[in-house]
Design a protein around this ligand. Sequence first.
Ligand code: GLC
Length: 410
Amino acid sequence: MKFARLASLLWCGAVLASSPAFAETQLKVYLSSQGQPAVWRKALDQFEAHNPGIKVTIELGGATSDLQAQYLNTVMSAKDSSLDVLILDVIRPAQFAAAGWLSPFAGRDLQSYLRPYAEANTVDGKVVALPAFADAMFLYYRKDLLDKYGLPPPKTWDELAIAAKKVTEGEHSQDLQGLSFQGKAIEGAVCTFLLPYWSQGKTVVEGGKLTFDRDAATKSLALWKSFAEAGVAKKNISEVATDDTRKEFQAGNVVFAVNWGYAWALSQGDGSAVVGKVGVARLPAVAGGEQSSCLGGWEWGVSAYSKHQEEAKKLAEYLSSPEVSKFMAINGSLLPTYAALYTDSEVNKAAPWFADAVPVVRTARARPVTPRYNEVSEVIRTTVNAVLAGVTTPADGAAQIENRLKRILR
Ligand code: GLC
């Protein structure tokens, strides 16, 4: 009797120990809600299928990069071990590595990736994260409407303003905006500021030194403000975040939109009013200036506090592989981090404009790289927002940015 009970206990124990519930490693991946989480989930399902001992759950971050950073700063400052793999905006690896929050990939080299991402993920000679997807800002436009009015995609912001007026006036629609861009005090508004600023041939930081040009900054802020004042952009553009631009464009209410790569798949997907009507071009320049774009993109970091270092690294490697990069390009229009995928026929079939996107990504400029990037970003984006909301003038805004950056980057 005694023996029988013991035997059955042992048998139960053996069954439990060999059942997946016991052997399983649970990994938690932190994802951005702006970067196609449903498509990443499919890639994670594949990973689970090939790694029966590992289960992966997703934790979804806030709607914008800055909200996500705020949350991650709290979690990581508390040395919280609940997140294993983190998706990080391209501007963050430097700060996260300086804080000791990332577990480096020893012996890894990043030569197979596009150069800007190899650079962004290498801090003090160490590979601190692996590229997830590339990104840059583009000009989305309504091909059907530009064709209707015999207009080519604009090369300068002045041309854009004229084209936008012509189309919106011709269409007699109350709902049609000429241009949508990001005026809310979100991370994307840093790029809003930088686009016309860089286009004037200016830089913000060089070799760790502030090279800020106040006149060019004033012109940049004045340009965006003039779009709202002239009715090219809507009056409350100071309330518009990235995904608002995406949704309004997709609803057919915008002629030109400044946005990132992810907006393409959604504009061609279910429920979009503009399927087959969208063109993507380089962003315009200021008159006499150069067309420039802002480098975006996301990276996979492994939390230094993860209790599953080996499995987390295996997952990050998988998510950063050419296979997953291709899968995400085709199914989520996330730009690949491998050059070869830009000429891949299946990728080009899914997103025909990708072939033209690679030179943009390669020449896009990086936002200032500094462990104090959070503060730099805060100064720029809140000022862009204040100017667009009419709280401050472009000239005062430019002076405020300069003074505050001097203190941060001295
Ligand atoms: C995109 C870019 C990212 C940028 C963000 C701003 O997700 O990839 O780099 O910071 O937009 O909204």
